[in-house]
Design a protein around this ligand. Structure first.
Ligand code: NI
Length: 202
Protein backbone atom coordinates (compact mmCIF):
# COMPACT_ATOMS: atom_id res chain seq x y z
CA UNK A 1 0.00 0.00 0.00
CA UNK A 2 2.70 2.46 1.06
CA UNK A 3 4.71 1.49 -2.01
CA UNK A 4 1.74 2.26 -4.25
CA UNK A 5 1.39 5.73 -2.73
CA UNK A 6 5.08 6.43 -3.34
CA UNK A 7 4.75 5.38 -6.96
CA UNK A 8 1.69 7.58 -7.42
CA UNK A 9 3.47 10.49 -5.73
CA UNK A 10 6.43 9.97 -8.06
CA UNK A 11 4.18 10.02 -11.11
CA UNK A 12 2.45 13.16 -9.87
CA UNK A 13 5.76 14.96 -9.28
CA UNK A 14 7.00 13.92 -12.74
CA UNK A 15 3.79 15.26 -14.28
CA UNK A 16 4.13 18.59 -12.47
CA UNK A 17 7.77 18.94 -13.59
CA UNK A 18 6.75 18.13 -17.18
CA UNK A 19 3.97 20.74 -17.05
CA UNK A 20 6.32 23.36 -15.64
CA UNK A 21 8.87 22.59 -18.33
CA UNK A 22 6.29 23.01 -21.09
CA UNK A 23 4.92 26.16 -19.45
CA UNK A 24 8.31 27.86 -19.19
CA UNK A 25 9.17 26.86 -22.74
CA UNK A 26 6.03 28.44 -24.14
CA UNK A 27 5.84 31.48 -21.93
CA UNK A 28 8.93 33.42 -20.93
CA UNK A 29 8.55 34.65 -17.37
CA UNK A 30 8.13 38.32 -18.03
CA UNK A 31 6.73 40.69 -15.47
CA UNK A 32 3.87 42.72 -16.86
CA UNK A 33 4.31 45.77 -14.67
CA UNK A 34 4.52 48.86 -16.84
CA UNK A 35 6.70 50.56 -14.24
CA UNK A 36 9.52 48.05 -14.06
CA UNK A 37 9.34 45.34 -16.65
CA UNK A 38 11.89 42.66 -16.02
CA UNK A 39 12.71 39.46 -17.79
CA UNK A 40 13.53 36.97 -15.08
CA UNK A 41 16.75 35.45 -16.28
CA UNK A 42 15.56 35.20 -19.85
CA UNK A 43 16.94 37.44 -22.53
CA UNK A 44 14.37 38.04 -25.26
CA UNK A 45 15.31 39.71 -28.49
CA UNK A 46 18.39 40.60 -30.47
CA UNK A 47 19.73 40.88 -33.96
CA UNK A 48 17.88 39.32 -36.89
CA UNK A 49 17.92 39.11 -40.67
CA UNK A 50 14.59 38.51 -42.38
CA UNK A 51 12.73 39.37 -45.58
CA UNK A 52 9.96 41.96 -45.49
CA UNK A 53 6.67 41.70 -47.38
CA UNK A 54 8.15 43.65 -50.30
CA UNK A 55 10.89 41.04 -50.70
CA UNK A 56 13.59 43.27 -49.19
CA UNK A 57 16.18 41.84 -46.77
CA UNK A 58 15.89 43.64 -43.45
CA UNK A 59 17.58 43.57 -40.05
CA UNK A 60 16.70 45.05 -36.66
CA UNK A 61 18.68 48.15 -37.74
CA UNK A 62 15.98 48.97 -40.30
CA UNK A 63 13.59 49.65 -37.40
CA UNK A 64 16.13 51.21 -35.02
CA UNK A 65 14.33 54.58 -34.89
CA UNK A 66 11.05 53.11 -33.63
CA UNK A 67 9.48 50.93 -30.99
CA UNK A 68 8.48 47.57 -32.37
CA UNK A 69 5.31 45.64 -31.61
CA UNK A 70 6.06 42.07 -32.60
CA UNK A 71 3.68 39.22 -33.14
CA UNK A 72 4.62 35.77 -34.41
CA UNK A 73 2.18 33.62 -36.36
CA UNK A 74 1.21 32.46 -39.82
CA UNK A 75 -1.26 33.49 -42.49
CA UNK A 76 -3.11 30.16 -42.57
CA UNK A 77 -3.87 30.45 -38.84
CA UNK A 78 -7.59 29.82 -38.37
CA UNK A 79 -8.29 31.97 -35.33
CA UNK A 80 -5.60 33.28 -33.00
CA UNK A 81 -3.51 35.22 -35.52
CA UNK A 82 -6.44 37.04 -37.17
CA UNK A 83 -7.75 37.95 -33.71
CA UNK A 84 -4.37 39.27 -32.57
CA UNK A 85 -3.75 41.20 -35.80
CA UNK A 86 -7.17 42.81 -35.55
CA UNK A 87 -6.31 43.73 -31.97
CA UNK A 88 -3.07 45.36 -33.19
CA UNK A 89 -5.05 47.28 -35.83
CA UNK A 90 -7.54 48.45 -33.16
CA UNK A 91 -4.72 49.46 -30.80
CA UNK A 92 -3.03 51.45 -33.60
CA UNK A 93 -6.27 53.30 -34.27
CA UNK A 94 -6.53 54.07 -30.56
CA UNK A 95 -2.95 55.40 -30.45
CA UNK A 96 -3.59 58.13 -33.00
CA UNK A 97 -0.41 60.05 -33.95
CA UNK A 98 1.60 58.17 -31.29
CA UNK A 99 1.39 55.15 -33.59
CA UNK A 100 4.05 56.85 -35.77
CA UNK A 101 6.58 56.02 -33.06
CA UNK A 102 5.84 52.33 -33.42
CA UNK A 103 6.26 49.75 -36.16
CA UNK A 104 4.04 46.66 -35.91
CA UNK A 105 5.81 43.53 -37.19
CA UNK A 106 4.04 40.27 -37.99
CA UNK A 107 6.67 37.54 -38.20
CA UNK A 108 5.89 34.23 -39.87
CA UNK A 109 6.56 30.94 -38.09
CA UNK A 110 5.63 29.17 -41.36
CA UNK A 111 8.03 30.54 -44.01
CA UNK A 112 7.47 27.57 -46.35
CA UNK A 113 3.94 28.83 -47.08
CA UNK A 114 4.23 32.50 -46.09
CA UNK A 115 5.97 34.12 -49.05
CA UNK A 116 6.50 37.90 -48.99
CA UNK A 117 3.56 38.38 -51.40
CA UNK A 118 1.22 36.29 -49.22
CA UNK A 119 2.37 38.16 -46.11
CA UNK A 120 1.77 41.52 -47.76
CA UNK A 121 -1.74 40.66 -48.83
CA UNK A 122 -2.54 39.22 -45.40
CA UNK A 123 -1.32 42.05 -43.18
CA UNK A 124 -2.94 44.58 -45.53
CA UNK A 125 -6.34 43.16 -44.56
CA UNK A 126 -5.80 44.43 -41.02
CA UNK A 127 -3.77 47.64 -41.24
CA UNK A 128 -1.42 48.91 -43.95
CA UNK A 129 1.08 49.95 -41.24
CA UNK A 130 1.71 46.34 -40.21
CA UNK A 131 4.83 44.92 -41.85
CA UNK A 132 4.94 41.20 -42.61
CA UNK A 133 8.31 39.51 -42.15
CA UNK A 134 9.30 36.08 -43.42
CA UNK A 135 12.54 34.52 -44.63
CA UNK A 136 14.34 31.25 -45.11
CA UNK A 137 13.66 28.41 -42.68
CA UNK A 138 17.11 29.05 -41.15
CA UNK A 139 16.43 32.79 -40.74
CA UNK A 140 13.06 32.13 -39.11
CA UNK A 141 14.47 29.41 -36.82
CA UNK A 142 17.18 31.80 -35.64
CA UNK A 143 14.53 34.48 -35.05
CA UNK A 144 12.34 32.11 -33.01
CA UNK A 145 15.30 31.12 -30.85
CA UNK A 146 16.37 34.72 -30.28
CA UNK A 147 12.85 35.80 -29.34
CA UNK A 148 12.00 32.64 -27.33
CA UNK A 149 9.03 31.80 -29.52
CA UNK A 150 7.62 28.31 -29.53
CA UNK A 151 6.33 27.06 -32.91
CA UNK A 152 5.62 23.51 -33.99
CA UNK A 153 4.20 21.99 -37.15
CA UNK A 154 1.09 19.87 -36.46
CA UNK A 155 -0.13 17.54 -39.21
CA UNK A 156 -3.89 17.67 -39.83
CA UNK A 157 -5.07 14.08 -39.66
CA UNK A 158 -6.24 12.50 -42.90
CA UNK A 159 -4.71 15.25 -45.07
CA UNK A 160 -1.28 16.34 -46.30
CA UNK A 161 -2.02 19.67 -44.68
CA UNK A 162 -0.65 21.04 -41.42
CA UNK A 163 -1.22 23.78 -38.95
CA UNK A 164 1.23 25.54 -36.60
CA UNK A 165 1.02 25.46 -32.85
CA UNK A 166 2.70 28.68 -31.69
CA UNK A 167 3.22 31.19 -28.89
CA UNK A 168 0.73 34.00 -29.16
CA UNK A 169 1.86 36.97 -27.15
CA UNK A 170 2.89 40.41 -28.30
CA UNK A 171 6.29 41.85 -27.57
CA UNK A 172 6.91 45.56 -27.23
CA UNK A 173 10.58 46.19 -28.03
CA UNK A 174 12.26 49.57 -27.62
CA UNK A 175 14.54 51.35 -30.11
CA UNK A 176 17.49 49.37 -28.75
CA UNK A 177 15.48 46.25 -29.44
CA UNK A 178 15.14 45.33 -25.77
CA UNK A 179 11.92 43.86 -24.44
CA UNK A 180 9.85 46.53 -22.73
CA UNK A 181 6.57 44.72 -22.20
CA UNK A 182 4.73 41.56 -23.10
CA UNK A 183 1.01 41.40 -23.83
CA UNK A 184 -0.97 38.21 -23.47
CA UNK A 185 -3.80 37.06 -25.74
CA UNK A 186 -6.30 37.68 -22.92
CA UNK A 187 -5.60 41.43 -23.03
CA UNK A 188 -7.98 43.55 -25.09
CA UNK A 189 -6.98 46.18 -27.64
CA UNK A 190 -7.98 49.10 -25.38
CA UNK A 191 -5.89 47.83 -22.49
CA UNK A 192 -2.87 47.26 -24.76
CA UNK A 193 -3.27 50.74 -26.29
CA UNK A 194 -3.37 52.32 -22.81
CA UNK A 195 -0.11 50.63 -21.87
CA UNK A 196 1.50 51.39 -25.23
CA UNK A 197 0.71 55.08 -24.78
CA UNK A 198 2.75 55.16 -21.54
CA UNK A 199 5.81 53.80 -23.35
CA UNK A 200 5.39 55.77 -26.57
CA UNK A 201 4.72 59.15 -24.97
CA UNK A 202 7.53 61.58 -25.90
NI1 NI B 1 -1.85 31.74 -35.14
Amino acid sequence: MAKKIWILTGILIAAIIALLAVGSMRMPQVEDSAAAPTVAGIKVGGAFTLVDHNGRTVTEKDYADKFKLMFFGFTYCPSVCPTELQKIADALADLGPLADRLVPLFISVDPERDTPAIMKEYVGKFDSRIIGLTGSRAQIDAMLRTYKIYASKQPIEGTDDYTMDHSSFLYLMNKENELVQLYRPQQKAGEIATQLKKHLAP
